[in-house]
Ligand binder design. Structure first.
Ligand code: ATP
Ligand code: MG
Length: 260
C-alpha cells in the first residue's frame, strides 16, 4: 500500500495508430495541485479523461487510492471544462441541483423534501463560488466568469476528492481570471481537494500549482508524426517563482509553437 492517492504506472494511450501518450509514470498525493502545460494536441485532455474514467488507457495501470481506476466516471472525480454544459431552460440554482441528482432522477421530477434538499445544497455551493446572488438567473444571462463559477459549483456539489480543470479560465479577461484564481485556491484549501489543471498560460501554471508538469514528445519520427507519444518531460515543484525553470520551459514551449 502506498500513500499516494493517484498513481500512473507505464501508462500508454493510443487512438488507432495515433500514439498519444506513452510512458506516463507519476505519483500524486492527496492535496497536491498539479498544473499541466504542453502544446496543442499533446494529450493533456486525454490524460484528464483517463483520470475521469471517460477514456480507457491502452496499456499500464492507473490507481486511485491503491485500486485500479473504475471504468465508469464517478463522483470521486469532478471535471470542469472551458466550455461547460448546462440546461438553458433551467435556472442557475436548478442547474447546480441537477448536477447532483442527474444520475438518479431529474430535478423537475423531484418533489417535496428531496427537491428542497437538492436546492438548499445547490445554494450552499453557489455561495461557496460567489454566485448566490445570481441563483435565479438563466445561463445565457451570465458573464464568462459567472459561467465558470457555475461549472465549478456543478462539479463540487458531487463532493469530488479530485477536481479536474481543463483550461477553465482560457476565455476570461485577465481581471476576472485573477478573481477565479483566488476562488480556486480558496476552494482547494477549504475542501482539501487534489487538483489537476490544464492551462495554456505558463505563468498561471507556476502561480497556481504546487507542482507543474510539461507534456511533450521526447522522440519524433518526421515521416510518422503519430508514431511516438508525449510523456511528462518536466515535473517541478512550483508555487514560488523559479525564474530559471520558468525560462527553460517557456523556451521549450515556444520552440514547439514555432515548429508546429
Ligand atoms: N476520441 C478521440 N478519438 C481519436 N483521437 C482522439 C480522440 N481524442 C483525442 N484524440 C487525439 O489525441 C491527441 C491528443 O488530444 P488532446 O485533446 O488530449 O490534446 P490536448 O493536449 O488537450 O490539446 P489542446 O491543448 O488543443 O486542448 C490528438 O491527436 C487528438 O486528435
Ligand atoms: Mg485539451
Amino acid at each position: 500500500m502506498s500513500n499516494y492517492q493517484i498513481e500512473f504506472r507505464h501508462v500508454q494511450k493510443s487512438y488507432g495508430d495515433n500514439l498519444v501518450l506513452e510512458n506516463i509514470n507519476c505519483q500524486v498525493k492527496k492535496g497536491e495541485f498539479i498544473t499541466m502545460v504542453g502544446t496543442s494536441g499533446c494529450g493533456k485532455s486525454t490524460f484528464l479523461k483517463m483520470l475521469l474514467g471517460t477514456e480507457q488507457h491502452s496499456k499500464g495501470q492507473i490507481l486511485l487510492d491503491n485500486q485500479p481506476i473504475s471504468a465508469e466516471p464517478c463522483d470521486e472525480r469532478g471535471i470542469v471544462f472551458q466550455k461547460y454544459s448546462v440546461f438553458p431552460h433551467l435556472s442557475v440554482r436548478e442547474n447546480v441541483a441537477i448536477a447532483k441528482e442527474f444520475e438518479s432522477s431529474f430535478i423537475g421530477r423531484l418533489f417535496g423534501k428531496r427537491r428542497q434538499q437538492a436546492l438548499d445544497e445547490a445554494d450552499k455551493w453557489l455561495d461557496a463560488v460567489g454566485l448566490l446572488n445570481a441563483k435565479h438567473k438563466y445561463p445565457h444571462e451570465l458573464s464568462g466568469g459567472m459561467q465558470q463559477r457555475l461549472a465549478i459549483a456543478q462539479a463540487l456539489i458531487k463532493h469530488p476528492k479530485v477536481l479536474l480543470l481543463d483550461e477553465p479560465f482560457g476565455a476570461l479577461d485577465p481581471g476576472i481570471r485573477k478573481d477565479m484564481h483566488k476562488l480556486v485556491l480558496d476552494l482547494w484549501q477549504k475542501y482539501e481537494l487534489t487538483i489537476f489543471m490544464v492551462t495554456h498560460d505558463l505563468e498561471e501554471g507556476f502561480y497556481l500549482g504546487t507542482r507543474l508538469w510539461v507534456f511533450d514528445k521526447t522522440r519524433h519520427d518526421p515521416h510518422a508524426p503519430h508514431r511516438f507519444g508525449s510523456t511528462i518531460t518536466f515535473d517541478l515543484p512550483v508555487g514560488k517563482t523559479d525564474q530559471a525553470s520558468y525560462q527553460e520551459i517557456e523556451d521549450s514551449l515556444s520552440l514547439h509553437a514555432l515548429s508546429a
